[in-house]
Write a protein that binds this ligand. Structure first.
Ligand code: ISE
Length: 340
């Protein structure tokens, strides 16, 4: 950290693709008490383009290059399979990281990250599960905890994308998309997930070669709450992420549908977001602002490396179930004291 307490947090954004670019814009335009100091991307032209309009920010093709230029914290927005190799040295250097989901693509590597952070003895990593910053998801969590509607019995999640980029695989449906639902279920219920089942049925003719789309995921929590997830990544209609909760005495819904419902030309409807950038814009803004503030005053307070590890274990169970169709138990290592 810079020695001047009033100085803004100097952030390096690693990965200037879709999510990285969104965070760069956010840090520049919205976030207080932080600035983009460096952008890292293996594609030098992309890194250069990203810093073009940011005074004093430098472009790099390696994380080491950016660290040498002097940064206080990192936003890691590269694909998940590159996270471990960046996170371990950052933990060693004591540099806080907001790591986009997934923490890593498998539970073994995620556990190595958890163990490294636990050995360092302080929280440095926050995982980018932005749903936890969405006003609807936060209200539903409060409703569940408050108990006024009785016990929570069931959760129903719909997660639809208009389409996905070429090369998106069945495994990515779980690791990149359903991972949000695993985290949402853990966040909403404050429980670990004990089993996962994935079923593939009739597939859309519009799904890419080799992709079973849609799929139904059934999740069970430690106390027996069941959650269903419709994951449909070539749904054409837009980005639609909604959750409905059934209680003993009530039903609650979280929906991203815009507030305005318009009736015209013999049709009635409201807009659907095109992508996650707009559906969760306010949530991302809050996530990054709270991360900056927590890092400036101490340690990150958002989703932990343990949350990243636990969801990676759910993803592994999900991928196994995709192949077998069976219910697969989720086994977790002992939780280190740092995350209790
Ligand atoms: C993407 O990586 C996301 O995080 C989106 O929220 C999700 O809807 C999409 O399916 C993923 O590919």
């Amino acid at each position: 950290m810079t020695s001047n307490p009033a100085a803004p947090l100097r952030v390096a954004v690693v990965g200037a693709g879709r999510m990285g670019a969104d965070h760069i814009e956010r840090l520049n335009d919205v976030i207080r008490r932080a600035e983009v100091t460096a952008v890292v991307d293996v594609d030098e032209a992309r890194a250069q383009a990203a810093v073009q309009h940011i005074a004093h920010a430098t472009a790099h093709t390696s994380l080491d290059g950016a660290l040498e230029a002097g940064v206080d914290a990192v936003i890691l927005a590269t694909p998940g399979f590159l996270h471990e190799e960046a996170l371990l040295p950052l933990i060693e250097r004591g540099i806080p990281v907001l790591c986009e989901k997934p923490l890593t693509p498998d539970p073994e590597s995620a556990l190595r990250v958890v163990e490294a952070e636990a050995a360092a003895g302080r929280r440095l990593i926050q995982v980018g599960f932005m749903r936890r910053y969405d006003v609807g998801y936060r209200s539903l969590r409060d409703l569940i905890a408050g108990g006024e509607q009785g016990e929570l019995l069931l959760l129903h999640h719909q997660h639809r994308n208009a389409d996905v980029p070429p090369g998106f695989t069945n495994q990515m449906i779980i690791n990149d998309s359903v991972v949000h639902e695993f985290d949402a279920v853990r966040f909403l219920t404050d429980e670990e997930i004990v089993s996962v089942q994935v079923r593939t049925g009739r597939s859309s003719s519009l799904a890419a070669e080799g992709l079973n789309d849609p799929q139904i995921v059934t999740i069970e929590t430690a106390s027996g709450v069941l959650a269903t997830v419709e994951i449909f990544v070539c749904a054409q209609v837009g980005y639609q992420v909604d959750t409905q909760a059934s209680f003993e005495r009530g039903i609650a819904s979280v929906s991203g549908a815009s507030a305005l419902e318009l009736t015209t030309n013999q049709a009635k409807g409201s807009a659907i977001d095109a992508g996650f950038e707009t559906r969760f814009r306010e949530a991302y803004d809050l996530e990054v602002q709270e991360w900056v503030d927590s890092v400036l005053t101490g340690e990150p307070t958002g989703p932990t490396a343990w949350d990243g590890y636990a969801t990676a274990a759910c993803c592994a169970a999900g991928v196994e179930s995709q192949a077998s169709g069976q219910i697969v138990a989720v086994e977790l290592a002992d939780r280190p004291d740092l995350y209790r």
